[in-house]
Design a protein around this ligand. Sequence first.
Ligand code: SAM
Ligand code: SF4
Length: 345
Amino acid sequence: MKNKTNLSLASSGARIHPRILIDRFGRTFNYLRIALNEMCNLRCIYCMPEEGIQFKSKNEMMTMEEIMRIITVVSELGVNKIRFTGGEPLLRKDLVELVEKTSLISGINSVNMTTNGVLLKQYAADLQGSGLSGINISIDTLNPEKYIQITRRDEVGRALEGLEAAKTAGILSIKINVVALRGFNDSEIVEFVELTKNYPLTVRFIELMPFDAHQIWKTGKFFSAENIQKELKNHFPDIKTTDGTATEHAIFQVPDYAGKVAVIPSYSRNLCGNCNRIRLTADGKIRNCLYAHNEFNLRDLMRSGGTKEEMKELILSAMWKKLFDGWTAQKSGSNSRESMTQIGG
Ligand code: SAM
Ligand code: SF4
């Protein structure tokens, strides 16, 4: 934990939260991740079953006006970074407008999205023009057959075209998300690292997490952050550590390569002390941790006439109640969500 003095505040039983986005352990929150929908044009085996999940009705999803209202409120509480995710955010027709409106909000200085990239080619230039600061494109394998196995769709060609379109459009920060899977894409580590040779993008190897209804993660595919790092060092003995963001376990760079490689311990959860994230589910609920079970219904508060002050109060109190780490959060109840597509990753 980065702030030990605040542990005493937590254990002292203080119940009233301050008027800033802080929790009982001294963590502050400046980053809101918003799931824009639950729908997706892929069916990644670790995320959604082929038949989909029990998708909520359109009426239960947040409207653009509701999303903009929430972003305005959190910006007044000190949030300066937004990420749109999903489901697949590019399936939302108002995405470019959402990015544009968000980038114009005072205090917001970084607007990002996470996408599978399949529909990106046609939107990349507009998104860049609307103020998108960064894009994470999820591509777990570069091999067309294996891509079909993992996503159940024959779309690697369009996903890679999306990546090229993001480069051509000049989107400032481009990252490739790769869920590391033992016996599946561990043999492609070198190919992924080579993508960083001539272009300043970051390849991020992410640990598999137990967030799918079918519990694919129990099938022996888990590949730990420690082992990913070992493999990286085996293949690239000269690889050096470098700087990254708060939740990137380790950042590496091969000497003379333009880009970087990150390893994300999303299952090992040894970076919870650095967490700066607030999550908003596609149906408008605040989740104070990816692994949390309790949620705070901002959408219903808004729909029942809640004021800006009441919204702030709900968000502040939700974050104040964040538990010590993801392990404590996981043990605190049973999961209310079927799939990562509802939470946004
Ligand atoms: N559809 C978009 C995409 O795939 O990038 C955005 C939503 S997706 C839920 C966000 C991120 O979560 C993706 O990088 C995806 O690979 C990751 N993800 C989904 N389920 C996961 C799981 N069980 N373990 C680890 N990462 C997961
Ligand atoms: Fe869709 Fe993203 Fe889930 Fe894959 S990880 S099924 S692309 S929401």
